[in-house]
Design a protein around this ligand. Structure first.
Ligand code: UDP
Length: 328
């Protein structure tokens, strides 16, 4: 594709890795980001256009400046607990922001859209592993904002021919193995970064949120998927969309789960450091087990994660933190 791919939210963790990956695969990209949760220095590839989705005029200028062929949309608030405490912030940013983006895409005749959705749209799993036809009943506002967009996209496809793919991520983890970009959130709430901060002595301890879940060791089980495998899935989804002109949804996970305690043990092995671990209360809104079936993405997109072992995933994150100690 000669036209630009617009990477909305490309200064954030997942968007920045996808932007680099697209660039390495010969695509022209423009990152559109308001830098509220992203970092300018993560955008080392392609063009950068600073702006907020809620400022429609900025978005229009970006579309006027670059000939956009397709849009990938990563820009969203994505913390479950925060969404419970401040739902308005989530509906405003995630839903209204995306509506504006879709409106401008329509005005400029852009018909291809890759949407960062989430396993949080499924809510409490009725069956493990979770496949794409599992009922979608989110249990928190974050998941609801993503499901609302998925529903809107169906209507826009029917009415306006907007071809889209919803990529429902499980737990994104790891960092660029070249060490150029990594995971940096303010505030940090995710398990693997917090465990590694404790290993580095930047945090006094790691809290385990809940040790009485109905799992083998009592702690929550998640499906951790390397950010580069996510990037590869985005590229495959884009190619599929351009070739087939058919909207669809895919789960992106490794297909197996690790408990919080297993992640902590794996991190101790990778870092060869000890740190304090403190069993604590459950965190609101956490389902006990989330594991993806990635069969559909494997069959249709021919996507297969390359980082399967949790130690290998943690190692890429660890190497990036070791190189960026001054930023932590
Ligand atoms: N978790 C934990 N301690 C922490 C952070 C997270 O025990 O300091 C648990 C959390 O309850 C969940 C899992 O680790 O079961 C993954 O949480 P994370 O925030 O990384 O991702 P989420 O699953 O919420 O998207």
């Amino acid at each position: 594709m000669k036209d630009y791919i617009l990477v909305v939210g490309g200064a954030g963790y997942i968007g920045a890795h996808v932007n680099k990956f697209l660039h390495l695969n010969g695509f022209n990209t423009v990152v559109f980001d308001n830098l509220s949760r992203g970092y300018r220095e993560f955008v080392k590839w392609g063009e950068f256009f600073e702006g907020d989705l809620l400022e429609e005029e900025r978005l229009r200028s970006c579309f006027r400046k670059y000939r956009i062929g397709a849009v990938m949309h990563f820009s969203a608030f994505a913390l479950v607990e925060e969404s419970v405490l401040d739902p308005e912030k989530y509906y405003h940013n995630n839903v209204i922001g995306t509506l504006k983006l879709l409106e401008v895409m329509r005005a400029f005749g852009v018909r291809y859209f890759i949407f960062s959705s989430t396993c949080a749209t499924y809510g409490l799993p009725e069956k493990i592993p979770i496949s794409e036809d599992h009922p979608q009943r989110p249990i928190n506002p974050y998941g609801r904002t993503k499901l609302i967009i998925e529903e809107i996209l169906k209507d826009y496809d029917r009415a306006y021919g907007l071809k889209h793919i919803n990529l429902r991520y499980f737990n994104a983890a790891g960092a660029d193995p070249d060490g150029e970009i990594g995971e940096l959130h303010q505030p940090e709430t995710h398990l693997i970064p917090l465990v590694l901060y404790a290993a580095l002595g930047r945090r006094p301890e790691v809290k385990i949120y809940g040790t009485d879940y109905p799992t083998q060791d009592g702690t929550c089980i998640r499906d951790y998927i390397h950010v580069l495998d996510l990037a590869d899935a985005h590229l495959k989804a884009l190619r599929y969309l351009l070739r087939e002109e058919r909207s669809d949804s895919f789960n992106l996970g490794n297909g197996y789960g690790h408990s919080v305690r297993e992640v902590i043990e794996a991190a101790k092995k990778v870092t060869r450091r000890e740190f304090k671990v403190v069993p604590s209360e459950r965190r609101e809104g956490d389902p006990p087990i989330l594991i993806s079936s990635s069969q559909k993405a494997t069959e249709i997109l021919e996507w297969k994660p390359r980082y399967e072992a949790i130690e290998g995933i943690i190692e890429t994150a660890w190497n990036w933190y070791l190189k960026n100690l001054s930023r932590l």
